[in-house]
Design a binder for this molecule. Structure first.
Ligand SMILES: Nc1ncnc2c1ncn2[C@@H]1O[C@H](COP(=O)(O)OP(=O)(O)OP(=O)(O)O)[C@@H](O)[C@H]1O
Length: 299
């Protein structure tokens, strides 16, 4: 049985009762992912592209990375996933995944961790699916390989997941090819595939950028639900502060590889310290930021 039951996937405020939230008397949870002053260099040009990114991602929490195109958001994520493009390297700092320094992982251990501990959804979902294989079968195969279950059980879990990501008529979708689905449906399929093996952390890199505002809102709600329902930790990457405002407890503002501002999302949005953050707030264009910019209730 999948932990994601569609009838219990309901929205809740993002900052209450989360698995990572400290409870008096219990030891603080270990971060799923921790970046310590991570620097990334292009070996060909010997140019440092990312100049020191640090954050800790606790279970059930969400960290956002915002910044304009080329600021180093994707490279930072790819470093955390161990999939930097060939001529880039982590040239400083350290990345810990579930308590292990990823620089010490063997390729075999990486394969085990990728998917079960950390998974990712990128923009352009179609390019991550095999066009010649029905989408349900692709998810079922992930489940079969990672969980070692029989085909029939894997199929059942895949249909449950398609339902959990709120695709209507999941049995029908299971049998469809990628080209038969819309962008929003494909992104849900990718999220279903990414969470199929119950990762502890999910990186969503511009996962909703190509979608229209309504579908984007639905996908963001879905990610928020997964987080509250299953304790999934999220890294949310976007050029749009509104997307991050919708989901994240903490935000990092990157400009040209430099973190110019970092802090609790509400504090950064209400009282931005850096001109660049103010610019991003002024430029936001899609969904959800206005509620954060409304006057805060007196506590
Ligand atoms: N595969 C690559 N080959 C060469 N340069 C790259 C590659 N990937 C990234 N870069 C360069 O590294 C810098 C940071 O890129 P990155 O993709 O991390 O930015 P980003 O903030 O995610 O931007 P975007 O929002 O456009 O995806 C950019 O200058 C980019 O040109």
């Amino acid at each position: 049985m999948s932990p994601l039951s569609p009838d219990t996937l309901t929205s809740r405020p993002a900052d209450t009762d989360l698995p990572g939230a400290d409870t008096p008397g219990t030891p603080p949870a270990e971060p799923v992912l921790a970046l310590h002053d991570v620097r990334i260099t292009d070996r060909v040009t010997d140019r440092e592209i990312v100049h020191g990114v640090a954050f800790e991602l606790l279970p059930g929490r969400a960290v956002g990375i915002v910044g304009e195109s080329g600021s180093g958001k994707t490279l930072t994520c790819r470093a955390a996933l161990g999939i930097l493009p060939p001529h880039f390297e982590v040239s400083g700092g350290r990345i810990d995944l579930a308590g292990s320094d990823i620089a010490t992982l063997t390729p075999r251990r990486w394969t085990e961790l990728r998917g079960t501990t950390i998974s990712a959804v990128f923009q352009d979902p179609a390019s991550y699916l095999n066009p010649a294989v029905k989408v349900g079968a692709q998810i079922a195969e992930v489940i079969r390989v990672k969980q070692g279950v029989r085909r029939r059980a894997a199929r059942r879990s895949a249909v449950e997941l398609l339902e959990a990501v709120r695709l209507r008529d999941p049995e029908l979708v299971y049998g469809q090819y990628p080209h038969e689905l819309s962008g929003g449906m494909l992104q849900r399929v990718l999220i279903a595939a990414a969470v199929a093996v119950e990762p502890r952390a999910l990186i969503a890199d511009e996962a909703t950028t190509a979608l229209d505002v309504t579908v984007q809102a639905e996908i963001l709600d879905l990610l928020a639900d997964l987080r509250t329902r299953t304790g999934l930790a999220l890294v949310v990457v976007s050029h749009d502060l509104a997307v991050v405002a919708q989901l994240c407890d903490e935000v990092l503002v990157l400009r040209q590889g430099e973190v110019v501002e970092q802090g609790p999302t509400r504090a950064v949005l209400h009282d931005p310290r850096h001109d660049y953050t103010r610019l991003l707030i002024a430029e936001h264009d899609s969904y959800g930021l206005d509620t954060f910019l409304a006057p805060q209730e007196a506590s």
